[in-house]
Design a protein around this ligand. Structure first.
Ligand code: PMP
Length: 355
């Protein structure tokens, strides 16, 4: 029987990105999508109470102008050097569409954020994955050949490993004729930023998010910083796709979050402390733990398979991330939760591995 409609020949063929599960049961511990376990700043709660709902009848500001202004002041750069989007996924997607239009392949590591190959495929951008070294670090020399652009997550996900800014600068320098995107989604947890280099290299775009260190994943706020010509190009493409993207509430609440540096630093500090304690405990339980510069741990047990631990944790309603993928099949990515959540998690892991 052949009942495949003729229009299927003209479909854009994609294999969608598979995000971590969003389980609904009440008593779960969710350590699988690198969200922040703490609430946003009290200033965000205040701003939420003061939201003028009657203003929702109007379209939001074009280009999230007031948030862009706050971000520029926060980072001490020009408003013309900032682009805001609906989560860094939107910013990265728009950046792929804007900057990667060469016949030459774009380059990124074989183990990295698994959305990169999905956007490349969706936008029909040729790409080539450069294998990380055996210890999951990036070999800078892999990014010095001919290419159509480079995208690197620093620190990397799911490995949690960071690169030195000097190494990234080498990559940027070797690729002055294409755009190098550095995805700094996790940089606030200990990574080394290359933001100061945007004034030295007009081919560098730095992408950040409010989803991790600012506890605002549900508001969907991301941004990019770079030479004003890069930002102009991004705005032109974005406005050719959809003019009003970030909603009015996100614009206000994102701006409020930037007003509370003390809370931001405390929140990040708590997560970093918990990460170090939990990492130490996991080592005692027979895990190899990668040195993390993020809000998650990438671990592998010396004897018990990652899949087994993942499944047993899930039975206990504790969700971590398992990737059924070459090279990392025996690793788990564990988001750092609250101290209390991680206590329960460690107890469950003890029950599984100390049998
Ligand atoms: N980059 C990396 C490396 C990530 O892990 C994530 C989170 N899944 C994102 C970007 C996107 O985050 P968001 O769209 O919430 O800003």
């Amino acid at each position: 029987m052949n009942n495949v409609p003729a229009w299927t020949a003209n479909l854009r063929k994609v294999t969608p990105y598979v995000p971590g599960e969003q389980p609904q049961e009440g008593d779960k511990i969710k350590l699988n999508t690198n969200e922040n376990p703490y609430p946003p700043s009290p200033k965000v709660f205040d701003a939420h109470r003061k939201l003028d709902v009657s203003a929702f009848s109007l379209y939001p500001e074009l280009s999230a102008a007031s948030l862009v202004k706050r971000l520029a002041a926060y980072h001490d750069i020009s408003e013309r050097e900032v682009f805001a989007g609906v989560g860094s996924d939107d910013v990265l997607s728009m950046s792929f569409l804007t900057f990667f239009n060469s016949q030459k392949p774009i380059l990124f590591p074989d183990i990295t954020y698994s959305f990169y190959p999905v956007w490349a495929q969706a936008y029909q951008i040729p790409y080539e994955c450069k294998p990380l070294r055996g210890d999951f670090t990036v070999d800078v020399d892999d990014y010095k050949g001919e290419n159509g652009g480079v995208v690197i997550a620093n620190p990397n996900a799911p490995t949690s490993i960071g690169m030195a800014a000097t190494e990234i600068e080498e990559i940027i320098k070797a690729n002055r004729d294409v755009v190098v995107i550095i995805d700094e989604a996790y940089v606030d947890f200990g990574g080394e930023t290359v933001l100061p280099l945007i004034h030295k290299y007009d081919n560098l775009l730095v992408v950040r998010t409010f989803s991790k260190s600012r506890s605002l994943a549900g508001m969907r706020i991301g941004y990019a910083m770079g030479d004003e010509r890069l930002i102009q190009a991004l705005n032109d493409v974005k406005e050719s796709v959809n003019s009003y993207t970030m909603n009015t509430a996100s614009i206000s609440l994102g701006a409020a979050s930037l007003e509370d540096e003390t809370y931001f630093q405390q929140n990040v500090g708590k997560i970093v402390n918990t990460r170090e304690c939990v990492g130490g405990e996991l080592v005692k339980l027979g895990f190899e733990v990668k040195e993390s510069q993020t809000n998650f741990l990438f671990v592998s047990h010396k004897e018990i398979s990652a899949k087994h631990i993942f499944e047993r944790l899930k039975e206990k309603h504790i969700y971590v991330r398992y990737f059924d993928k070459e090279r990392i099949r025996n690793y788990l990515r564990i988001t750092v939760g609250t101290e209390e959540q991680m206590g329960v998690f460690l107890e469950a892991v003890r029950e599984i591995v100390l049998v």
